[in-house]
Design a protein around this ligand. Structure first.
Ligand SMILES: [Zn+2]
Length: 511
């Protein structure tokens, strides 16, 4: 046997308990052929000495938005006054829609309104996305096209969706370009697979043809597509199949190959903490607002039960503890009505978990798909709005693991920073960007954090049999690092030297 690639001089952290470390990795036909003495004697088409660099399984980001992340819009990130935002938008090039992103209402001198924007936009339509992903600001030209909505320009959740749907769809060509931009970016951070969290319809959709864009793009990373629950529709199946609603052709979780596959069905039960729309059992501190559920109980319960019946793994967006209560009840009901082994439903974000909810998450076999960098970026703000009692319950780590719950790492990019190493550092240190301790009791070890971003996220994507560890037979996805996260005190700053997908060394983006 002749290997395609032999990596020598590795300090490999395999995440495989059967052989936790290795110094030589043999790769053949896109897979790991063997480690150390299993491959040392074999010839190879190419041998690369990594000079004692650290090698980990490629990071898997279990929840991200590649098209949205790659979209070129006017960037208003960090702008904190109405004057600054208006100046940035003045003279926007091109014609048609003006799209901006990075708006953060929390840092503004006062909230931006349509009246502020109208003088610089004229008759063009304007959409400014709030960083939460759950709100936007539009101008009066857009508001005029939304009869029945009374607003000064700030729209959240369903009203935002109405504004968003005026802009959709994007062309396949635009989406393909966005996907390639994002793929280059994530590769430079060591990510070899992304799960795209909700295509086809809903707030973050780009086109009803979105899956076609992924096929056309032929990206250099692996992608798993989560399909929006809004595309579930009635089907006239044989009654004995017991499936009343499905997507076209009865496609469901698991369809596809190693590079592109169908993942979970994505559902939204509430909003987010940035927009104060995450559904809580007690109000945000200093307010009477407890957030909101995204849809009627009836709609969401039906989507969960029908999606479960149709064979989907469900990825249920639930951030507030009230939304998590709802999710736990609905999943329990779906399982009661039609028990399914290893359904492996996921809770996307799982942001605020009361102590007694932990047991139920474990019992139902649910997987929290967490975004540690939310707390790195926004932990100071979130701690304030949750208050002393609840702040330690946010984006847990230790308590999940202690309850035997598998934790999956993810970023929700572009809502928060996408670097897995930064997320791992946060999971270990639990310090916000501003230096504040956020739920320090939820800290986990570096190895546990790496596991969340490799085997944990592979498990959440039902890919742990082929990804997530450097195990002979698995796909050869790896990341080469300049230092060992287990001994580094600046994990987020460790350079990513190379990223390998299916045994192919990916070009690094020069930054
Ligand atoms: Zn998301």
């Amino acid at each position: 046997m002749r290997l395609d690639l032999k990596l020598t001089g590795c300090r490999a952290v395999t995440m495989d308990p059967a052989r936790p470390a290795a110094h030589t990795i043999g790769i053949w036909q896109g897979r790991i052929a063997g480690l150390d003495e299993q491959v040392e004697h074999l010839p190879a088409a190419e041998t690369v000495d990594l000079g004692n660099a650290v090698v980990l399984p490629g990071f898997i980001d279990a929840h991200t938005h590649l098209a949205w992340n790659g979209r070129r819009t006017i960037d208003v990130t960090g702008l904190a006054t109405v004057t600054q935002v208006v100046e940035r938008l003045a003279g926007a090039p091109g014609e048609g829609w003006i799209e901006a992103s990075g708006y953060d209402r929390r840092i503004m001198d006062r909230p931006l309104t349509a009246a502020d924007l109208d003088p610089v936009t004229g008759e063009r339509l304007l959409y400014i996305a709030d960083i939460s992903g759950h709100a936007c600001v539009v101008n009066s030209v857009v508001l005029r096209q939304l009869p029945g909505i009374t607003s000064d320009g700030w729209l959240t959740e369903n009203e935002q969706l109405a504004a968003r749907s005026l802009r959709l769809p994007y062309s396949l060509e635009e989406i393909v370009a966005e996907l390639h931009r994002s793929a280059r970016q994530v590769l430079s951070e060591g990510v070899t697979m992304c799960a795209e969290a909700g295509i086809g319809a809903g707030l973050i959709a780009s086109s009803p043809l979105e899956a076609a864009a992924y096929q056309r793009a032929e990206l250099p990373i692996r992608v798993q597509l989560m399909v929006s629950a809004y595309v579930l529709h009635d089907v006239a199946a044989e009654p004995a199949d017991g499936i009343s609603r499905a997507i076209d052709l009865g496609l469901h979780t698991g369809f596809g190959g190693d590079m592109l596959s169908l993942g979970a069905m994505k559902l939204w039960t509430d909003g987010g903490m940035i927009a104060r729309t995450a559904a809580l059992s007690e109000p945000y501190i200093g307010t009477t607002n407890s957030g909101q559920l995204a849809e009627s109980d009836e709609f969401m319960r039906a989507a969960i039960v029908d999606g479960h019946h149709a064979g989907w793994q469900l990825a249920i967006h639930a951030i507030g503890d009230r939304a998590i209560d709802f999710t736990l009840d609905a999943v329990a009901e779906a399982q009661r009505r039609r028990p399914r082994e290893d359904a492996r439903h996921r809770i996307e974000h799982c942001g605020l978990v009361r102590p007694h909810q932990l047991e139920r998450i474990a019992t139902l076999g649910l997987i929290p798909v967490v975004q540690p960098t939310f707390l790195w970026s926004y932990g100071d703000d979130y701690s304030e709005i949750m208050g002393e009692k609840r702040a330690p319950w946010m984006y847990r780590g230790r308590s999940f693991l202690d309850h035997g719950i598998t934790v999956a790492g993810s970023s929700d990019r572009p809502v928060a920073d996408g670097s897995p190493l930064r997320a791992i550092e946060f999971m270990v240190r639990r310090r916000s960007r501003g230096g504040r301790a956020v739920g320090p009791d939820e800290a986990i070890t570096v190895e546990e954090a790496i596991r969340a971003y490799t085997l944990g996220s592979a498990y959440a994507c039902r890919k742990e049999h082929v990804l997530g560890s450097l195990t002979p037979g698995k796909l050869a996805d790896l990341v080469v690092l300049g230092d060992d996260p287990r001994t580094s005190d600046a994990i987020a700053d460790i350079p990513v030297l190379a990223t390998i997908v299916g045994g192919t060394l990916m070009p690094q983006r020069s930054s």
